[in-house]
Structure formats: structure tokens, C-alpha cells
Design a protein around this ligand. Structure first.
Ligand code: GLP
Length: 262
């Protein structure tokens, strides 16, 4: 099995700070970083920290190019539930990134298949993703790659599962307004990133994190495919790590525990 490094921090805030610091370090090393981005509540403190690093230390995003994992079908960029809106609110408008370097699939495109092909081509033209930030759905989805997604899939239209509708529906008012489908990078697109960084926080992620990291690799749990990625790090808070079979003394170190698995 490919090595996977797991870091456990005492709180969601410290875990998110570490994730942001890893991104910042990559950006300082490579000012033209191609950064894959994720949405969801887990990422909000990550983006808040990146914004502070920009403001307080001058972290420079002027050469950075970003590609988001996914976008809902049928939501215009100004819709408060669209991922473009989320990214503008939480990150883009607070930093010195060139707006033309920020990319999300266009869920309003007339020809969605052509849009998926365009998005893949654009990532390739930019040299591919250097570092892909990932959250995890409660059913193990990455981006919107639902259980049973093909591991070699590229950006595609994805019909959203009942579990995902139950998880994300409450963000919509009323919940029935949630689109039935989304455009998402495929598992193949994600696994092609040179490095992946999975962030999981909170008790409600503990079970799926344990299955994804320590269970069998299966397309029933798309995130388990990260076990085969050659450069994947996982950052967790203690609550999200609670179901891992880690030696208890590692968890009780209370500060940082790291484990390299082979
Ligand atoms: C959405 C996104 C995923 C994200 C997930 C987790 O479904 N498409 O990329 O990982 O939300 O969201 P949260 O961080 O709110 O739990």
C-alpha cells in the first residue's frame, strides 16, 4: 500500500490551521502553484487562515492558479449556494489572486459534457494540479464522486445520491431547492494531482474516515482510493480520528500525532 501520512491535532481549528500552513508553504515554494480547492464547512477555517496569512504576512497569490473540485448544475455564480459564490466569499475576494486564474466548472453551461471536457483540458494546459485540497462527504465522496464512481473517471456530470442530498440539502432554503446533479472532477482527475491533502474534522466524520483510511480500498467509499496515492497527507482533529485503530498513546499525546503507514 502507498504511504499515507496522518496528522492528528487536538481541535478543528488547529487542524485547519495546519492545512492552511501546508498550502501556504507550497505557495511560497512555488509562486505559480496550481491549487485544487474544495468547499464545505470544513474548509471555512482553512480559507480564513489563508486570508490572514495574506493580510498579515503578505502571502502572495498573484501567480497562483486554482481549480475547484465541483459546482452544482443550474446555479449561477451569484447564487448564495453556488460554489463560485462560496469561494468568492471565503477566499478569492480577500486575496490578491487574479480572478482569471480562478476556475470552477460552469454548472450553467448549455452543453455540460463539453464543459467537463473544457475543464479537464484547462487543467492539463496549466500543467495539472500540484496540490489538491480535499474534504470528505459522510458517505465517503470526494468532490461529488459518489459511491461506486469509477476510479479513472474525469470531470463529469454526477447525479447526487440521497446521502449527499441529506447532507447538503439543509444549506438550501428550502432544502428541495438543492440541484439534483453537479459537475465534479472525477476520481481519475483527483488521483492525478501530484499531492493530495485530505482534511477531516468533527465527530460526524470519524466513522467514514476510519473506513476510508483503514478499510479495504473500494469504490463504495471513493475516498479509500487515496490509499493508493503516492503523496497524500491526511489532517484530522481528534474527534474525526476517534475511530481509527491508532495506538491510543498517539491520540493521548494531545498535541500532534503523526503516523506513516506503508
Ligand atoms: C460537499 C463537497 C465536498 C465536500 C463535502 C463536505 O459535498 N462537494 O467536496 O468534501 O461537501 O462538506 P463539509 O465540509 O461541509 O462536511
Amino acid at each position: 500500500m502507498a504511504p499515507m501520512e496522518v496528522f492528528i491535532y487536538p481541535t478543528a481549528q488547529t487542524a485547519a490551521d495546519q492545512a492552511a500552513d501546508k498550502i501556504a508553504e507550497s505557495l511560497r515554494r512555488n509562486p505559480r502553484l496550481v491549487l485544487g480547492l474544495a468547499t464545505g464547512s470544513t474548509m471555512e477555517p482553512v480559507y480564513a487562515r489563508l486570508v490572514s496569512l495574506h493580510r498579515d504576512t503578505g502571502l502572495d497569490f498573484s501567480g497562483c492558479r486554482t481549480f475547484n473540485l465541483d459546482e452544482y448544475v443550474g446555479l449561477p455564480p451569484g447564487h448564495p449556494n453556488s460554489y463560485r459564490y462560496y469561494m468568492e466569499q471565503h477566499l478569492f475576494r480577500h486575496i490578491n489572486i487574479n480572478p482569471s486564474n480562478t476556475h470552477l466548472p460552469d454548472g450553467m453551461a448549455a452543453d455540460l459534457e463539453a464543459e467537463c471536457a473544457r475543464y479537464e483540458k484547462l487543467m492539463a494546459l496549466n500543467g495539472g494540479i500540484d496540490l489538491q485540497l480535499l474534504g470528505i462527504g459522510q458517505n465517503g465522496h470526494l468532490g461529488f464522486n459518489e459511491p461506486l464512481s469509477a476510479l479513472d473517471s474525469r470531470t463529469h456530470v454526477q447525479l447526487l445520491s440521497g446521502a449527499t442530498r441529506a447532507q447538503n440539502g439543509p444549506h438550501f432554503i428550502p432544502p428541495a431547492q438543492m440541484p439534483a446533479s453537479a459537475l465534479t472532477m472525477g476520481m481519475g482527475s483527483i488521483l492525478a494531482a501530484r499531492r493530495c491533502l485530505l482534511l477531516g474534522t468533527g465527530e460526524d466524520k470519524a466513522q467514514i474516515i476510519a473506513e476510508a483510511l483503514e478499510g479495504p480500498r473500494t469504490n463504495r467509499i471513493p475516498a479509500s482510493a487515496l490509499q493508493q496515492h503516492p503523496h497524500c497527507i491526511v489532517i484530522l482533529d481528534q474527534l474525526a480520528a476517534n475511530h481509527l485503530c491508532l495506538p491510543q498513546n498517539l491520540l493521548s499525546l494531545a498535541q500532534t500525532a503523526s503516523l506513516r503507514r506503508e
